[in-house]
Design a protein around this ligand. Structure first.
Ligand SMILES: C[S@@+](CC[C@H](N)C(=O)[O-])C[C@H]1O[C@@H](n2cnc3c(N)ncnc32)[C@H](O)[C@@H]1O
Length: 212
């Protein structure tokens, strides 16, 4: 397993409490509603030498799709960052059992992260809408991005074209600490020169990719 770093500034908050409870059932349940993972990984256009950061990596459900495209002999590496120790413990188990020496886990708050390196790709997969200070997390991502790098965000949409159940979906997500109504794409446009957005299934989810 790769390096594991802990950030002692991670104090407990409601989302960390939520994931202490959900970590054991996360992998068994999220396949039912967290879609478009492969499309988001494709949007990164990963090259074997890329250094990739997944912000809010959770249990590492995206790790296989990313790690297997990287060549550690050419510098390719994946860092999974999350502030939930319960979720990271499962990510670390996944890394150890898969033998990925080029994948490491870091415990940190995305809105305060200070890593000593830059990345070619920074990936938020169903995490940005759970980060209270998501604007700061985007700022931190911009600071950690290589000048030729790309940020990719996969997130629930606003269910615009779900007239009968859209409000229920938004409400259910809100109860689960997910706020889909914030202007994520607009904030990406404020920070990056080029932003491309692909909506899916009438606003169920979107993949946004951004670069300068
Ligand atoms: C829905 S899970 C997504 C996990 C993974 N990216 C996936 O696609 O399965 C959201 C993750 O974001 C993490 N998270 C939420 N707020 C965070 C923050 N401020 N800093 C770091 N991680 C955070 C949670 O702990 C959780 O693991």
């Amino acid at each position: 397993m790769g390096n594991t770093t802990r950030n002692s500034e991670c104090s407990s908050n409601p989302v960390q409490g939520f994931y202490r409870f959900h970590a054991p059932i996360y992998d068994l349940t999220r396949w039912m509603f967290l879609f478009r993972r492969k499309a988001a990984v494709r949007a990164m256009e990963i090259e074997p030498h890329h250094r990739i950061l997944e912000v809010g990596c959770g249990t590492g459900l995206n790790f296989a799709n990313v790690a297997t495209q990287l060549d550690p002999t050419r510098g390719g590496k994946l860092v999974g960052l999350d502030f939930s120790e319960a979720m990271l413990a499962r990510a670390r188990q996944r890394v150890a059992s898969s033998g990925w020496r080029h994948v490491s886990c870091v415990q940190a708050d995305a809105s305060k992260m200070q890593l000593s390196e830059q990345f070619d790709r920074i990936f938020f997969s169903y995490s940005i809408a759970m980060i209270p200070d998501w604007r700061a997390a985007l700022d931190r991502a911009a600071e950690h991005l290589d000048p030729n790098g790309r940020v990719v965000v996969l997130e629930f949409g606003r269910f615009e074209h779900w007239p009968l159940v859209g409000g229920l979906c938004r409400g259910w997500l809100r109860l689960n600490h997910v706020d889909v109504m914030q202007p994520y794409v607009e904030a990406m446009r404020e920070r990056f020169a080029h932003v491309h957005v692909e909506q899916w299934l009438g606003g169920y989810a979107f993949v946004a990719r951004a670069n300068n």
